[in-house]
Design a protein around this ligand. Structure first.
Ligand code: ATP
Length: 162
């Protein structure tokens, strides 16, 4: 399968870069897939999840805090406000940020400062995206551990007959 070159760039670092088969992106008007030979486009991203698929490897997940994407036939470039690979996410930190944002958005203060309110709404959505991506990874790992603890029926039959 023809590959596309994907770069995920945050403000201070390149979070991921490789030739991949497909990238799923949280566009502001909905999730969309980008792959080789995609028609050129530029779009804004909302806080959410990026999934990267590469043949022969497990799917990779990233949390993105919004940004821009440029798609070309042979390349996908994301300039992210923030981005973390699933394994880099500190869930406790995301939960604390979520709690702070929720507290502010429940308080009467939110009516007085629209800029702060918008910032807190964005912080809330970043935290939710981080929690979703980190929890998904934890669930995938737990399923993997379960499988190795309880090998599939077929394998145990083969073992029994050998
Ligand atoms: P916080 O209030 O916890 O700082 P935030 O959403 O305001 O959260 P950002 O401004 O988006 O944080 O990010 C600042 C830096 O910290 C970025 O490099 C980002 O990748 C990283 N970061 C933020 N939250 C987390 C997290 N929960 N786990 C890992 N890295 C994080």
């Amino acid at each position: 399968m023809a590959k596309t070159h994907f770069s995920l760039i945050a403000q201070d670092r390149i979070v991921y870069e490789d030739d991949v088969d497909m990238v799923l992106l949280p566009g502001s008007s909905g999730v969309f897939a980008a792959m080789s030979k995609h028609a050129p486009l530029m779009a804004t991203l909302q806080p959410g999840e990026i999934m990267v698929r590469k043949e022969g490897e497990e799917d990779r997940f990233f949390a993105v805090g919004g940004g821009f994407v440029e798609v070309r036939p042979d390349e996908v470039i994301v300039l992210a406000r923030s981005a973390e690979a699933a394994e880099e996410i500190d869930i406790q930190r995301a939960e604390e940020a979520l709690r702070r944002a929720q507290e502010y958005l429940r308080s009467p203060e939110k009516e007085r400062d629209i800029e702060r309110r918008l910032a807190m709404e964005a912080a809330l959505r970043r935290s939710l995206a981080r929690m979703k991506v980190a929890r998904k990874r934890a669930a995938v790992r737990a399923r993997g551990a379960e499988r190795s603890a309880f090998p599939p029926q077929q394998e145990s039959q083969e073992e029994a007959s050998s």
